[in-house]
Ligand binder design. Structure first.
Ligand code: ADP
Ligand code: MG
Length: 685
């Protein structure tokens, strides 16, 4: 039971909730079972049983007849023990999942007991059905025995063992049933209504305590995590802002900058997640923040604070470097690039500059967090496109100075608010929810591959107008040979559509050496090539405003957020932009839904919400291991309203009573203590 279901304690058992309930007073007629019958109970006489097949196929088959029809009961495992209790001529009550084999109705590994008519009119008319594994069933521990154990456990306990754990005001306001009642009725409800009360209460508890744990972490960080105080805004920031900022900041950018300034001036370490759709202008916010860092110095030695910006790929790091270097070229700011391919003298000098403090801003890939990279006075770190980085990598940054640097994590993968609240609830959170002015919406269309020639003609027309185009191939697995061959085949085809010297083509993929990647990329950036054939390495960040057209091959193979990321490479200039989703002729229902959403909206947050709905939270990048999403009953998709309520409640409580010392919050505090070990459960185990 331990290993199989993760049940170690009585508490686990109590929280092993039924999958559903079945009205077990109801016995179905065998004749009426059909393909839509799910878990069902039948009763009848056992005709006979026999062993069929050999080795792997060896099975025990028993035939049960109820006067309306016959059903086959099959066991592949535990044959001997089942055989011992089967008796021809005996009446049995049988419960299991109805399946069909060779058109005959059957149940595999059903639960069975000797039938006495009163069995069919049990007390609780809603019997719980528990998740169970085949292995346990074979050992004799089936759903029915779990029900018995749970029932027995509830008999042992009293309401005092499950004291209220929510503040009274919340219980009253939301009319929750008591915790004790919820535990009883979630397993053995007296009615449908009581069951739904129990579900509602338990879901709320799950969301509430998850938010509370995150809230604690956040509020402790606010109270106890010391950080460098950047209280000055000086000549670097102002000089740049007044003289070299190439555009007016959007209101959203200004708002976020204010939030960051407030954080870094507070004396505690900033840990902020910045979300903004592709093209919303996160980079400039990062740059301005790094200039604030540089405007401040360490008291002891007057050493200016240094900043580091980490990007997930070399191409991106290079691009950030190029754009920052050109933005800052008139400013007394030293910017250096460090990636895996920085070699020799240049690398040495960069490392030396970081160590002696002369490098003000270091840009790079995860090369920058290696131990060899030592800073004189690191004060600010920007992590771009955070989902590609793990927690461990962020933690490595903390060791590079006496206090951890302020951290700004930027992501262009819009995360639905509910998910952000849950998965990143311990970070502070900013959003750029506005695009720079003058952006034209990207026109997205879906075409089947039999229209490829027309699509390519369209690409030619756009190129004739001076535009550039991306053609993207799915290379889901960087190592997959087939994906790679598809790309090469595609490339050859594109070359035949777009012959040199009229057209020039760049190609970029993950298997190229980085200098080759760079050269190809740079040729496209400089408009020496009109077409960029690539894999998803192009996904993040790359900025070529003149590229206004993207064709995505086999678009049905991409997930929603990836499609959105890819599409974000176009629509960066003032020209009207297009994204054409090419697919095979056969497209699954899910894929079609994704394509429709892409064609319908450019709004990354809407897309993210849909993505969450379609895929569920488990698959959203970066959240898989968070563990915070493993609720037993609650779902952040279906219960998002409740999640928001729980979050507000928690904030309210922690704002007024961060240590939970007020009488009103004692139930909460006691519950948290109980959860940490010294529990009532040890008393009875
Ligand atoms: P992302 O948020 O995807 O990283 P970038 O920071 O790369 O977006 O910005 C996308 C483009 O928008 C860049 O070319 C940038 O110079 C431009 N940009 C950013 N902010 C503004 C603004 N306030 N007004 C006009 N253009 C802007
Ligand atoms: Mg970016």
């Amino acid at each position: 039971m331990k290993k199989e279901l993760g049940i170690f304690t009585f508490k686990d058992l109590l929280e092993h909730y039924p999958l559903r309930h079945l009205d077990k007073t109801k016995v179905d007629k065998i004749k009426e079972l059909n393909y839509t019958s799910d878990y069902t109970q039948v009763a009848g006489k056992l005709l006979h049983s026999e062993i069929l097949g050999e080795k792997q196929a060896k099975r025990l088959v028993a035939y049960l007849q109820d006067g309306t029809g016959e059903i086959e009961l099959t066991w592949f495992q535990g044959i001997n023990s089942v055989q011992r209790i089967l008796e021809s001529g005996q009446q049995y009550l049988v419960f299991g999942k109805v399946t069909f084999f060779n058109n005959k109705v059957q149940m595999v590994h059903p639960e069975l007991e000797i039938y006495t008519p009163e069995k069919a009119t049990g007390k609780s008319f809603l019997d719980p059905i528990y998740p169970c594994t085949e292995k346990l069933k074979v050992r004799g521990l089936n759903g029915r025995s779990i029900a018995k154990l749970t029932y027995g456990l509830l008999q042992l306990l009293t309401p005092k063992d499950l004291p209220e754990n929510l503040p009274e005001s919340i219980v009253k306001q939301y009319r929750f049933i008591s915790r004790w009642d919820a535990s009883c009725h979630i397993h053995f409800p007296s009615s449908e209504e009581m069951h739904s009360h129990a579900v509602r209460r338990i879901k709320f508890e799950e969301l509430f305590f998850a938010q509370l744990r995150l809230g604690f972490r956040r509020s402790e960080r606010h109270r106890f995590s010391h950080g460098f105080t950047f209280d000055k805004v000086g000549s670097r920031f102002n000089g740049f802002y007044e003289n070299y900022l190439p555009f007016e900041l959007t209101n959203a950018q200004k708002k976020v900058l204010k939030e960051i300034r407030k954080d870094v001036g507070s004396g505690r370490q900033m840990n902020r997640l910045l979300q903004g759709d592709v093209g919303s202008g996160k980079t400039i916010v990062a740059l301005l923040s790094m200039l604030i860092a540089m405007d401040n110095e360490r008291q002891e030695d007057g050493q200016h604070f240094q900043s580091v910006l980490m990007a997930p790929t070399e191409i991106l790091a290079q691009q950030h470097f190029n754009s920052l270097e050109s933005l800052l070229k008139e400013m007394p700011v030293c910017v250096k690039l460090l990636t895996g391919s920085s070699k020799g003298k240049e690398r040495k000098e960069t490392l030396k500059g970081c160590e002696d403090g002369s490098v003000n801003i270091l840009i790079g890939t995860h090369a920058v967090i290696e131990e060899k990279v030592v800073f004189k006075n690191l004060g600010f770190a920007v992590v771009d496109e955070q989902h590609k980085f793990g927690v461990a990598q962020r933690a490595a940054l903390w060791k590079k100075n006496v206090l951890p640097p302020h951290i700004l994590v930027m992501t262009a993968t819009p995360i639905p608010r509910t998910l952000a609240l849950t998965a990143y609830g311990d970070l502070d959170y900013s959003v750029i929810d506005e695009l720079p002015p003058g952006r034209q919406p990207i026109h997205t269309i879906h075409r089947f591959e039999n229209k490829r020639p027309q699509v390519m003609d369209f690409v030619k027309e756009e190129i004739a107008k001076g535009r550039q185009a991306y053609i993207v191939y799915p290379l889901i697995e960087e190592s997959s040979k087939m994906d790679y061959e598809n790309l090469m085949k595609g490339y050859e085809e594109i070359k035949s559509f777009f012959p040199e010297p009229k057209y020039w083509i760049s190609m970029v993929h993950g298997r190229q050496p980085s200098d080759q990647k760079d050269t190809n990329m740079q040729r496209f950036v400089k408009n020496d090539t009109q077409i960029m054939v690539s894999t998803t390495v192009i996904e993040v960040g790359v900025n070529v405003p003149n590229a206004s057209l993207m064709v995505i091959e086999s678009a049905e193979k991409f997930g929603l957020s990836q499609l959105h990321q890819l599409r974000g490479r176009v629509g960066r200039g003032s020209e009207k932009s297009f994204c054409i989703l090419l697919t095979g002729l056969k497209v699954s229902k899910d894929a079609r839904e994704r394509l429709n959403i892409m064609c319908a909206t450019n709004d990354g947050f809407k897309i993210a919400e849909k993505d969450l709905e379609i895929r569920g939270p488990g698959d959203i990048e970066g959240t898989r291991q968070s563990g915070l999403l493993n609720f037993k009953l609650a779902s952040i998709v279906q219960d998002r309203v409740m999640l928001e309520v729980a979050k507000d409640m928690v904030n309210n409580i922690l704002d007024n009573d961060p240590d939970l010392t007020m009488a009103e919050n004692l139930p909460v505090k006691n519950h948290l203590k109980l959860q940490q070990g010294k529990t009532v459960w040890s008393k009875i185990s």
